[in-house]
Design a protein around this ligand. Structure first.
Ligand SMILES: [Zn+2]
Length: 131
């Protein structure tokens, strides 16, 4: 019967001892020298690679703006419609519009008065025309 203790004993017997001074060898590097970056790479959870993340997380976009975009893309903005989709009964009303509507991402960014005014402002500032 194979057990973990038996396996450990076999591993211990297979180790060849040599005469001389002991030396630590870092097995994650070919050089044997330990580095914190290699340890971090070995220990961290490696999820799926997000190819478009480099367009958000870069030196040209402020970190707080990048976080906002990231949350928008992942539907992480706290809005009434997200709360309703989780089964919580809630009367939704956008607090920023004169004629309020359900608070959703589309309303906040595109359809609502604030969002559409921002798009109009930047369209004029950048001399863009709408379709
Ligand atoms: Zn609104």
């Amino acid at each position: 019967m194979f057990s973990l203790i038996t396996h450990k004993k076999e591993v211990a017997k297979s180790i060849k001892l040599t005469v001389g001074q002991d030396k630590l060898i870092f097995t994650l590097a070919t050089s044997g020298i330990c580095s914190s970056s290699l340890l971090y790479e070995d220990l961290r959870h490696k999820g799926n690679v997000c190819h478009w993340a480099k367009y958000i997380w870069n030196d040209f976009i402020l970190t707080r703006i990048a976080f906002f975009i990231w949350k928008v893309v992942l539907n992480g903005i706290s809005m009434d419609i997200n709360i309703q989709q989780r089964g919580i009964s809630l009367a939704s009303k956008c607090p920023y519009c004169f004629y309020p509507n359900i608070e959703s991402l589309e309303h906040l960014l595109f359809q609502g008065e604030v969002g559409s005014n921002i798009w109009v402002y930047f369209s004029k500032a950048l001399n863009l025309t709408t379709c």
